[in-house]
Design a protein around this ligand. Structure first.
Ligand code: THU
Length: 145
């Protein structure tokens, strides 16, 4: 029998994955045709969505996670409580290396990263699992003057 709080967090996970699926529908990816959506739950309980946005100068495109982080910052959210990423691929679509670092700026090592597809949750990892021994803002404060 699951406790009430386990049920609640499972519901939150489903809602977050569903928000990422909604965002994925808006992706602009005419070059890769690989659509990705992301959704962040912030410390205020607010949801922020993002999708990948490509352009003709291929490397200049932006990932779904970057869009969701930008939306969170614009809404004055500062802490990622959980983030969901949704893409369709044989293997779970985990955040790219650059996005792991972007998430690192606003998340704790234990922050859950939910990787899903159109049907289900495929993988649940913490930030520290995806980006171990990471560099972050606190390092910059420790430089001897
Ligand atoms: N992409 C994301 O948006 N997020 C990821 O975590 C992996 C890759 C995008 C970038 C590009 O528009 C497309 O997927 C193919 O790499």
């Amino acid at each position: 029998m699951q406790s009430m709080s386990e049920n609640d967090s499972m519901l939150d996970e489903r809602l977050l994955l569903e928000a990422a699926r909604e965002a994925r529908k808006k992706a602009y990816a005419p070059y890769s045709r690989f659509l990705v959506g992301a959704a962040i739950l912030d410390d205020q309980g607010k949801l922020h969505k993002g999708c990948n946005v490509e352009n003709a100068a291929y490397p200049q495109g932006t990932c779904a996670e970057a869009g969701a982080i930008a939306a969170m910052i614009l809404a004055e959210g500062r802490q990622i409580k959980a983030i969901a990423v949704v893409g369709e691929s044989p293997d779970p679509v985990t955040p790219c290396g650059g996005c792991r670092q972007k998430i690192r700026e606003f998340a704790a090592p234990t922050t859950p990263i939910l990787i899903g597809d159109l049907k289900q949750l495929r993988l649940r990892q913490t930030l520290a699992e995806l980006l171990p021994h990471s560099f972050g803002p606190e390092y910059l404060l420790n430089e001897p003057q």
